[in-house]
Design a protein around this ligand. Sequence first.
Ligand code: TXA
Ligand code: MG
Length: 318
Amino acid sequence: MVRISTNISEAADCLNREEIIGLPTETVYGLAGNIYSEKAVRKIFDMKQRPLFNPLIVHIGRTEAVEQIAQNIPEQAYALIAAFWPGPLTLVLDRRPGIPDLITAGKDTVAVRMPNHPMALALLQTLEYPLAAPSANPFGSISPTTAQHVADYFRDKLELVLDGGPCARGVESTIVGFPNGVPTLYRHGSTPAEDIEAVLGELAYITHKENAPDAPGMLARHYAPATRTIRSEHIAQTAAEYPNMKIGLLLFDQALDVPNAAHQEILSPSGDLKEAAMHLYAAMHRLDQMGLDLIIAQQFPNSGLGRAINDRLERAGK
Ligand code: TXA
Ligand code: MG
């Protein structure tokens, strides 16, 4: 049975034995292993049932370590590192030889980030290698934002989850790369695109590819609850179209008068997108466990963190 622990040296012991652990970060929990251990990395792919063509993010504990992972790093990347690391921004850069093909799925590029979570940083700084860590959920399902979510997903298949509390940001990192030298956003996430554009100027956007995605977060259906999920701008009206269903609502800031809603999740009563992002996945997990027939999710304001929230809800609904 999986142990939930706050002991960093216990987590380091596990990793040094080429085992994998549940790792807290500020965005979501990761399933982490030594990037240089083929055994550990294969176990990550197996446990997530993740296709091998989907590359992993390399997590580092010091900004300088980026130079051991990547080369030809553009000035614009350094500007983003200075502005956002440690924090929820992943950079896709030219990889150094020596970064295993399993990590990059054979690509010439590698994704790197420095998480802003005290336990993750303390752990990374004691290790002699970086950690590969995809979100700690089976492929295509809702990302975990508590240690318990990770334990519930993997039970006896995982030895240890390091418990760093509920994730403060709650939505995955934003991913930016530089194909042909053009700063390009691949995945909306916890660093708002507007904040990145404030540093670099306008970005190109490549956030949706059906086949051979550069990022699995680009697959149309992803981050999905098992319960059928739809989105609506007129929730009460939509709910009325399903009179015989047990319905749950996923809402931004206020409860609605919907007589046939069995349950309503309100992500931020004060209307704060940061708080809404933090609560999003936990609310999706709760709704998914209520035996509902249908989840109806609200449309969020399409700016700042609202874009990442809308993106996840849209993919949940496909
Ligand atoms: O917030 C996060 O980023 C979390 C925490 C655990 O750090 N991790 C996470 O990992 O979301 P994952 O594996 O669920 O998503 C990683 C994304 C994938 O969409 C993957 O395709 C993309 O990063 N990626 C990795 N390497 C890439 C590359 N070389 N080029 C383009 N995308 C890449
Ligand atoms: Mg994921």
